[in-house]
Design a binder for this molecule. Structure first.
Ligand SMILES: C[S@@+](CC[C@H](N)C(=O)[O-])C[C@H]1O[C@@H](n2cnc3c(N)ncnc32)[C@H](O)[C@@H]1O
Length: 202
């Protein structure tokens, strides 16, 4: 799948839903549980960004925790939806392709939340998206990444395409040190396990 087809795929899902959340397969309508756990143990200080923010639930949680929040998504419909839902907040929801980041966004963020966006892109973009996400972080900034996991060599007909642990660790090629890595069993979703990893930019 080309990147253009991938972009159209996401926009069409949001558009065709006509505002019905049940038509968005990944929408949870609540804060991601791994992010919720993280925020219960850390102070929300500085600037945070959500990659592929979808309907904005996680961006909202980061704002409530005290971060100054930017949330990006390729889908205009998703961003318009977020702006409408959270119009009473200061969250900066914007249409932004992760592969077309302006200079002004580079090395600006203290915390990045990435959940299921890496896995949603064709395999040939894996290294490229991890490099792009890393480029947003300030030194000492952290990335909390959540993805469906797979065993090395396992194949999936995506989207989505679950990640092997070594693929997630590509963050280490971009000066992001792995601080934590956990595997959780999962009943739903494309694979039977979920990965949660925390990285810190050196
Ligand atoms: C599987 S959804 C996950 C949404 C949300 N993070 C969640 O966990 O519910 C992937 C999201 O990434 C967005 N996305 C896909 N390609 C993107 C790109 N190149 N730049 C920014 N966002 C993108 C999609 O529009 C979609 O909202």
């Amino acid at each position: 799948m080309s990147i253009q087809k991938s972009n159209e795929f996401f926009e069409s899902i949001y558009k065709q839903s006509q505002g019905d959340v049940k038509q968005i397969p990944w929408a949870e309508l609540k804060t991601n549980s791994f992010l919720e756990e993280y925020l219960s143990m850390h102070i929300g200080e500085g600037k945070a960004i959500v990659i592929g923010c979808g309907l904005g639930e996680d961006a909202f949680a980061l704002g409530e925790a005290g971060f100054e929040v930017t949330a990006i998504d390729i889908s205009q419909t998703a961003i318009a939806w977020c702006q409408d839902t959270y119009d009473y907040t200061d969250i900066d929801f914007k249409v932004q392709d992760i592969f077309e980041l302006p200079e002004s966004m580079l090395e600006q963020y203290d915390f990045i939340f990435e959940c299921r966006t890496i896995q949603s892109l064709p395999l040939m973009y894996r290294d490229k998206i991890i490099r792009a996400i890393s480029s947003l972080l300030k030194p000492k900034g952290k990335i909390l990444a959540i993805a469906n996991g797979k065993n090395e060599g396992e194949k999936f007909d995506g989207p989505p395409w679950p990640l092997a642990r070594n693929e997630l660790r590509l963050f280490e090629n971009y000066n992001c040190k792995e601080l934590e890595f956990s595997i959780f069993a999962e009943d739903k979703g494309p694979s039977k396990m979920k990965f949660r990893a925390l990285y810190e930019k050196e």
